[in-house]
Write a protein that binds this ligand. Structure first.
Ligand SMILES: [Zn+2]
Length: 136
């Protein structure tokens, strides 16, 4: 029996997490990704894209998901490929949050009035330590 592990607003994020679960021999599947392709607002109303795993793999899958959500897996990948981890250009802190610039928000709202919605990328970073804002 399949059980729901998590839901994602962005279907490609669900695909990436499912691929990582598959790499760890967890038979995860992505559900409802086609809703996002056909009607993004409808997909959001239905809860986004889901990852489902067999109930027997749920505990193991939750551990992998927790490592993904904490950024641990991204840090491992950065180290593996030699990418420097993102850090605040002012204080060097790795504790930051992503946000969207005001003009991207405005475009997203205006496009939404055309009954078309799209996922707007959060390309601005804000340091939780010193408040510095910068773009990726
Ligand atoms: Zn900082």
């Amino acid at each position: 029996m399949l059980v729901r592990l998590a839901r994602f607003v962005e279907p490609w994020e669900a695909q990436v997490v499912a691929a990582r679960l598959n790499a760890d021999d967890i038979p995860a599947t992505v559900a409802y990704a086609n809703h996002s392709v056909m009607a993004w607002p409808l997909a959001l109303a239905l809860g986004g894209t889901a990852i489902e795993v067999p109930a027997s793999h749920l505990a193991q899958a939750r551990e992998v998901l927790a490592r993904y959500q904490s950024g641990e897996l991204e840090a491992e990948l950065d180290e593996l490929v030699g990418v420097e981890p993102e850090q605040c250009p002012r204080c060097g802190s790795a504790d930051f949050r992503r946000t969207m610039s005001w003009h991207r928000r405005l475009i997203a709202v205006m496009v939404n009035f055309l009954f078309v919605a799209f996922p707007a990328k959060r390309d601005r970073l804000i340091c939780n330590n010193c408040g510095k804002c910068w773009k990726e």
